[in-house]
Design a binder for this molecule. Structure first.
Ligand code: K1U
Ligand code: ZN
Length: 175
């Protein structure tokens, strides 16, 4: 098992669209183990494959207090939704940044498990928020896309500046 590097905005790979998983083989099982280890280590309550540079449709989520309720969603899709909730969200690809986003309060989604079995279930509250946030990642959508233009411009500039600084620091270390 391994803790993977999480891509940080503005890495362009965060805008990739995930391909569906077709073979439920040992490579996928290992990937899920690594993603879960990465999410717990971060720490986070969710992680999408796109965030660790794997363009396959895989999500891990654990919103439990004791970190003992891992959910694996492969090829997930929202099939029904209802209501609205505004929740302050974080994102491991935007470390230290939080913003309120409006999403559905209740969703019904379909996904496959590690054996490739299709299941349907419901989510509400924080679990529903997290599923919607992670499914967005699989199509290259980020929670900052929901912000007002002004807020989005501010956060974009802030993270672009930090990325330039990281590059300068790297160059100084190497050279
Ligand atoms: O997708 C991600 O970047 C993970 C993200 C999921 C998420 C959090 C909150 C609302 C919507 C989606 C995170 O896990 S950010 C970290 C976080 O929220 C957290 C970390 C430790 C304890 C509790 C929460
Ligand atoms: Zn995120």
């Amino acid at each position: 098992m391994a803790v993977l590097d999480i891509l940080v905005y503005p890495d362009p790979k965060l805008r990739r669209v995930a391909e569906p998983v077709a073979d439920f083989n040992s490579e996928i099982r290992d990937m899920v183990k690594d993603m879960a280890e990465t999410m717990y280590a971060a720490p986070g309550i969710g992680l999408a494959s796109i965030q660790v540079g794997i363009p396959q449709s895989i999500i891990v989520i654990d919103v439990s207090d004791d970190h003992n309720d891992l959910k694996v969603l492969i090829n997930p899709e929202v099939i029904d939704s209802n209501g609205e909730q505004i929740v302050e969200e974080g994102c491991l690809s935007f470390p230290g940044y939080f913003a309120e986003v409006k999403r559905a309060e209740w969703i019904r989604f379909r996904a496959q498990d590690l054996q490739g079995e299709t299941y349907e279930t419901e989510a509400e509250g924080l679990f529903a928020v997290c599923v919607q946030h992670e499914i967005d990642h699989l199509s290259g959508k980020l929670f900052t896309d929901y912000l007002s233009r002004l807020k989005r411009q501010r956060v974009t500039k802030q993270f672009q500046k930090a990325a330039r600084q990281r590059q300068r620091d790297m160059a100084r270390k190497v050279g």
